[in-house]
Design a protein around this ligand. Structure first.
Ligand SMILES: [Ca+2]
Ligand SMILES: [Ca+2]
Ligand SMILES: [Ca+2]
Length: 279
C-alpha cells in the first residue's frame, strides 16, 4: 500500500499532536531531607505537590517563595526548572548551583552522602556523570550561559559544597581543580516570570507566586549531549543554591524510556514533514 504525500503529512501531524500532548512530565521526587523551612505558607511538616517540593525549603532555612525550587519537568529530551528562586539573579547573598546529572543509578544524591561542611569534596563521593555548569558568575548572578562537562566518578573532579546544608551538597563544579571534567557542550538558559499564585507545570500544580515573588520558568535545556540510551528510567537531576536552602531532585520514572523515545520520534517526524514539504 502506497501513501500519498498528503496522507503521510496528515499521519505525521496526527502523531506530532499525540506526542506533544503526552510528552511533558513533572519528574520531581522528594529530596529526602525531612521537615521544612520556616515561613508564611510553609508547613513545618513539609511541602506540597509533586515530590512535596512546592512551598518547601530545607529544615532550618528561610521558607519563602524566593528560595523555593519547585519542579524539574521533562518534555522529550528537554529539561525545565521551575522555582520562586531566580536562577539568574540569585537571592542575595547566595547564587544558584550547577545542575548535576546521574545516568547510571550510582549517584549518592541522598542526604548523608557527605556529612561535613568543609568547603570542597570530590566526585568520588557523589558519582555524578555530567554537570550543567553556569558561567559568567558575578556575585550571586549568572548570565544563563552554561557549559556541560562529563565527569569522572573519582577525586579528579573537585566540587564545592554548600555553605550550610550538607544534605543539599554538592553546590557547583570546581573547574580549576577538575582534570576529570571534560567540556562536551554549551548553551544558554533564560527565564519567564509568572506572577499567578497557582500555575500549571505540565499537568501538576505549583503555588506561592505573586508580583513580588513570581514563579520563574526556565527555557528548555536540551539534553542532546547525553549519549544514546542515557536518558532513561532512573536518570537523575539535582540542583541547589550556595547556601543549600533548597535541594531539588528530579528522576525519570518507569516508562521514562517511552517518553524519551517519543521525544526522538517527534524529532524524526519533524524531519519527515520537512522532507515531504520539499517534494
Ligand atoms: Ca512555591
Ligand atoms: Ca522547594
Ligand atoms: Ca527541597
Amino acid at each position: 500500500m502506497k501513501y500519498s504525500s498528503i496522507t503521510k503529512l496528515t499521519l505525521a501531524v496526527a502523531l506530532l499532536g499525540a506526542v506533544s500532548q503526552a510528552g511533558a512530565v513533572n519528574i520531581t521526587i522528594n529530596d529526602l531531607q525531612g521537615g521544612n523551612g520556616t515561613g508564611v505558607g510553609f508547613n513545618p511538616a513539609g511541602g506540597v505537590g509533586q515530590g512535596g517540593e512546592d512551598q518547601e525549603t530545607e529544615v532550618g532555612t528561610v521558607g519563602s517563595q524566593s528560595w523555593d525550587f519547585e519542579a524539574f519537568t521533562l518534555n522529550g529530551s528537554n529539561l525545565k526548572v521551575y522555582g520562586g528562586y531566580n536562577i539568574l539573579t540569585g537571592n542575595n547573598p547566595y547564587g544558584v548551583g550547577d545542575i548535576f546529572i546521574d545516568v547510571n543509578g550510582d549517584a549518592n544524591w541522598k542526604p548523608g552522602a557527605d556529612n561535613s561542611i568543609k568547603g570542597k569534596t570530590d566526585n568520588g563521593v557523589f558519582k555524578y556523570d555530567y554537570v550543567i555548569h553556569f558561567t559568567g558568575r558575578v556575585g550571586t548572578t549568572v548570565t544563563g550561559d552554561y557549559d556541560v562537562y562529563s565527569l569522572a566518578s573519582d577525586k579528579s573532579v573537585s566540587l564545592f559544597e554548600t555553605k550550610y546544608k550538607a544534605g543539599s551538597n554538592p553546590w557547583i563544579l570546581d573547574l580549576d581543580g577538575s582534570q576529570g571534567a571534560k567540556k562536551i557542550s554549551s548553551g544558554n538558559l533564560t527565564l519567564t516570570a509568572d506572577t499567578n499564585w497557582r500555575i500549571d507545570a505540565d499537568g501538576t500544580t505549583l503555588t506561592g507566586g505573586s508580583v513580588k515573588a513570581p514563579h520563574y520558568i526556565s527555557s528548555d535545556i536540551p539534553l542532546d549531549f547525553l549519549a544514546p540510551g542515557e536518558l532513561k528510567s532512573g536518570t537523575l537531576f539535582k540542583l541547589t543554591q550556595e547556601c543549600g536552602n533548597d535541594s531539588l531532585v528530579g528522576r525519570v520514572a518507569d516508562g521514562g524510556t517511552t517518553l524519551a523515545l517519543m521525544g526522538a520520534a517527534m524529532s524524526g517526524m519533524a524531519f519527515f514533514v520537512r522532507r515531504n514539504r520539499k517534494a
